[in-house]
Design a protein around this ligand. Structure first.
Ligand SMILES: [Zn+2]
Length: 449
């Protein structure tokens, strides 16, 4: 029998650029190939599309997969857990050289395919076979390995918890996830299957540690939906302008916004490149059904034309859903606040932020500037309609007890975050350095027999 090896490639020294390799004998599977958006934003003049993989690796923007040169195994699949950019964004830069199939859920694969043919850069033609597999599905890979997708919930639809089955037991990859029993789209996680896996025998669990320090259970998306309902339907002023900004990739959140806009009898305009990309992709795979009162606009010129139309016809008939919840300089909301579009903010216009500020100094400064600009124009700012997409400590505890893995690899974030998850594991009897492994990018760990 061969050994199982876990190789953390990216996302173990930082948040972002996630990539993990599972090797069994002379076959290996890559799970996720993400970017670290922060690193790209810091290099302001950098254009992702035109930079080489080496340059991007030097910047820390994509995983440094040089360790794979020392791994004596054939990569038989690239598995994508979900469609967030920190999990799929580097596919276009790194996947070609492995030449193996890329496997993800239909929504995730559509996002990858659309990004390869985006009209903002040259078309990219990858040699890899593109395979869509629904959660609940299994697929035999080359050699003795088998891939299974367990249905999971997260802040993006069609998130899978990939399981690599080897003759020596399973490796489960829980990045990213939350345990949402009342998701707005789709069903709750497949707990039954997770318990079965635990009984069959899990050799290793690779588990995100993003919110492992939060002593709670992460609230369901239904809570964010109720807050949105309260914010959108609860204000007495029904005549003013109404602008909402949220994560473009959060189809569940957008569904709620669209439904409450209908109750307000307002037409919805989804505006901005990323909002267009994610919502049209969700529609293509049948996850979102945009009603007639919703229009989607992608390009600056057409957005300006529509904003002029709204100003002429009357703001009270519309709800604008726009990009820019972090106050990004070139995003639509910032440009609207700076009077760079035909839209004018007036006294008592409402701006709803359905997103938290991602905690780093540049985001916080941008958001501060945006909010101050909005306030100077008399806009009312309503924040708080948001819940996290990441598991908290009590969710982790439940995952541990369902799977009862032999080994645990905390992933995502720096040592501080990973040690929080390690601490929880220790509390339940796993020993640090024996069965719990805090790893750095590029290190390797063969599981003892
Ligand atoms: Zn994610």
């Amino acid at each position: 029998m061969a050994d199982i090896e876990v190789i953390p490639v990216g996302g173990y020294n930082e948040f972002g650029r996630n990539m993990t390799v599972v090797r069994y004998g002379d076959k290996a599977v890559i799970i996720d190939m993400g970017i670290n958006l922060d690193r790209i934003l810091i290099h302001e003049d950098a254009v992702f599309e035109s930079l080489s993989p080496n340059d991007l690796q030097d910047m820390g923007a994509i995983p440094d997969d040089s360790v794979m040169g020392d791994v004596d195994a054939e990569v038989v699949a690239i598995v994508l857990s979900h469609g967030h950019l920190d999990h799929i964004g580097a596919v276009e830069k790194l996947a070609a050289k492995y030449g193996c199939p890329i496997i993800g859920t239909p929504f995730t694969m559509k996002l990858v395919e659309n990004s390869l043919n985006d009209d903002f850069g040259p078309d990219i033609d990858l040699p890899n076979e593109m395979v869509a597999m629904n959660t609940g599905g299994r697929r035999q890979l080359k050699g003795p390995l088998e891939l299974e997708f367990v249905h999971m919930t997260h802040s993006i639809v069609q998130t899978a918890m990939p399981v690599i089955h080897t003759p020596e037991g399973a490796v489960v990859y829980a990045c990213d996830f939350k345990m949402d029993n009342f998701p707005v789209i789709g069903s709750k996680p497949d707990y039954e299957r997770l318990e079965e896996l635990g009984m069959e025998g899990v050799r290793a669990l690779v588990c995100e540690s993003t919110n492992a320090h939060e002593e709670t259970k992460t609230p369901s998306e239904t809570i964010a939906r109720d807050l949105l309902k309260d914010h959108m339907l609860g204000l007495r002023d029904e005549r003013s302008g109404l602008v909402i900004t949220t994560f473009s990739s959060h189809t569940q959140r957008l569904k709620s916004i669209i439904e409450f806009a209908d109750e307000l009898d307002r037409k919805v305009m989804l505006m901005g490149r990323s909002l267009h990309n994610y919502t049209t992709t969700a529609e293509e795979v049948g996850l979102l059904n945009l009603p007639d009162n919703v229009e989607v606009w992608k390009y600056g010129r057409e957005i300006n034309k529509q904003l002029k139309r709204v100003m002429n016809e009357g703001k009270e008939d519309y709800l604008l859903c726009v990009t820019g919840h972090q106050g990004e300089e070139n995003a639509l909301l910032t440009r609207m606040a700076k009077d760079e579009t035909p839209w004018t903010f007036e006294q008592d216009d409402q701006v709803i932020f359905s997103a938290r500020t991602i905690p780093n100094p540049s985001n916080e400064a941008q958001r501060y500037r945006l909010e101050e600009r909005l306030k100077m124009k008399g806009a009312r700012i309503i924040k708080g309609a948001h819940v996290s997409g990441h598991a908290s400590r009590e969710d982790h505890r439940e995952l541990f007890s369902m799977l009862e893995p032999d080994h645990i690899f905390p992933a995502h974030g720096d040592i501080e975050h990973q040690s929080q998850l390690a601490d929880l594991a220790e509390h339940h009897g796993w020993r640090l350095g024996e069965e719990v492994h805090i790893m750095r990018n590029g290190q390797r760990k063969t599981l003892p027999r």
